[in-house]
Design a protein around this ligand. Structure first.
Ligand code: ZN
Length: 122
């Protein structure tokens, strides 16, 4: 006859094991994402490891072209006045970002490999 305590113990072990598996699954580094925000709102999230081109445009005719290629992100085109975003180097490290101030567009890497320099330090 199986004792009630044994069942509880077996159940606890199972739950703990399951929890551990879930924890590993969820904390495992997934592929990095490219998060594009417009005016502070998330507009689109794209996987960094998949080549894609995203064109953002508004009614005023402002536009930005974000390109994901070979695991890096660049702002290939924009008609903003400063062109800082277009001239920005390609990004791929975690928390790196390209900002287009005139168009309030930001492109940020999330979950990528850490860079040598901690750019989040203030
Ligand atoms: Zn710009």
């Amino acid at each position: 006859m199986i004792k009630k305590n044994d069942l509880i113990l077996a159940g606890t072990v199972l739950i703990v094991a399951l929890a551990a598996v879930l924890l590993i699954t969820f904390t495992k580094k997934e592929g990095a994402e490219v998060v594009v925000t417009v005016d502070g709102e998330v507009y689109k999230t794209m996987p960094l490891d998949k080549d894609a081109t995203l064109t953002l445009g508004d009614k005023q005719g402002n536009y930005n072209v974000v390109e994901v290629k070979g695991g890096e992100v660049t702002m290939t085109e924009a008609n903003c006045r400063d062109q800082i975003c277009v001239n920005h180097k390609a990004i791929h490290y975690n928390h790196e970002s390209i900002v287009c101030l005139p168009h309030k567009v930001t492109v940020e890497i999330r979950g990528g490999e850490e860079g040598d320099i901690d750019i989040m330090a203030n």
